[in-house]
Design a binder for this molecule. Structure first.
Ligand SMILES: Nc1ncnc2c1ncn2[C@@H]1O[C@H](COP(=O)(O)OP(=O)(O)O)[C@@H](O)[C@H]1O
Ligand SMILES: [Mg+2]
Length: 290
């Protein structure tokens, strides 16, 4: 029994160690600033696929390299807000007030513990917004209008979408230039993707001609399974250049960080997850600058 535990622990440690062959970005070199603020929706209508983890840690990876980043939490669960250290019970204003009561977004933006990284938080009342917005004027354009006065204050605005294609996600699609889709390296990875791409196309035609799915990221990759490898190959075959070279591994540390209110880059700066999100930040920034 004890021996089994020892072996499990050895394997868990192994899981966290960064393989020597993976390149490590030089953190002393700032990442290129985009010519215009890049506003990116992190979306996938499936829950639990790594949207929030990606919005928070990509944001931290960009902020760590000198870019000013705002994470907009558009999920009533508020996981991005708590994951960046906010106590969502103590907030004076949230994205609900911004979307429903025309409160300026500046009034709800809070600094995180990471320099250059800010959050526009959400709390549970945002669940009501999905319904209350139905009858509201210009209901799809609320977020776009709200972001307009602050967008030039940031290099990147990352919008953490809820797990649906409802009015909140529609507001995100109307407000952004790009969609980033995290795809979990598991069975049914591509299921629902057609519907997501179709919705992006509808919004692009009707509301926002600039909208495109610019980036697809493979997440929760478990190198010990051939399934993950098969899914990755399949996704690359379908989506080609949109898929980043960087793959985010499945690691325990990534799942632990949110309960400490920190992104992985400060929670465990030397972990595999931290280096993976740093590589992703570098890749996203360089692609955008090209
Ligand atoms: N690469 C990863 N390795 C391990 N756990 C992860 C990873 N990415 C996300 N998780 C965990 O999986 C769960 C779902 O991730 P989350 O980012 O909240 O998904 P979503 O926002 O799409 O619902 C969370 O508990 C999160 O901590
Ligand atoms: Mg989430």
């Amino acid at each position: 029994m004890a021996r089994t535990r020892g072996r499990d622990r050895a394997r868990a440690d192994d899981d966290e160690r960064e393989p020597a062959k993976e390149p490590k970005p030089d953190l002393s070199i700032p990442l290129p600033k985009p010519a215009h603020p890049r506003i990116i929706a992190v979306a996938n209508q499936k829950g639990g696929v790594g949207k929030t983890t990606t919005a928070v840690n990509l944001g931290a990876g960009l902020a760590e390299r000198g870019l000013r980043v705002l994470v907009v939490d558009l999920d009533p669960q508020g996981n991005a807000s708590t994951g960046l250290g906010l106590n969502i019970r103590e907030l004076e204003a949230t994205m609900y007030d911004v979307l429903l009561d025309h409160v300026p977004i500046e009034d709800c933006i809070e600094p995180s513990e990471v320099r250059n990284l800010f959050v526009a938080p959400a709390s549970l009342d945002l669940a009501g917004a999905e319904i209350e917005l139905v009858a509201a004027m210009s209901r799809e354009m609320r977020l776009r209008t709200a972001l307009a006065p602050v967008k030039d204050d940031y290099d990147y605005i990352l919008i953490d979408c809820p797990p649906s294609l409802g009015l909140l996600t529609l507001n995100a699609f109307a407000a952004v230039g790009e969609v980033l889709v995290p795809i979990q390296c598991e069975y049914y990875a591509l299921e629902g993707l057609g519907q997501l791409l179709h919705n992006v196309e509808l919004v692009q035609k009707a509301l926002n001609p600039d909208l495109e799915v610019s980036t697809v990221v493979l997440v929760m990759y478990d190198a010990r399974t051939t399934l993950a490898e098969d899914v990755a190959t399949d996704v690359r075959a379908h989506l080609g250049e949109k898929v980043t070279q960087t793959v985010i591994p499945r690691t325990v540390r990534l799942s632990e960080a949110p309960s400490y209110g920190q992104p992985i880059t400060t929670f465990d700066p030397k972990s595999r997850g931290a280096w993976a999100y740093r590589r992703l930040a570098e890749e996203v920034a360089i692609r955008g600058a090209a």
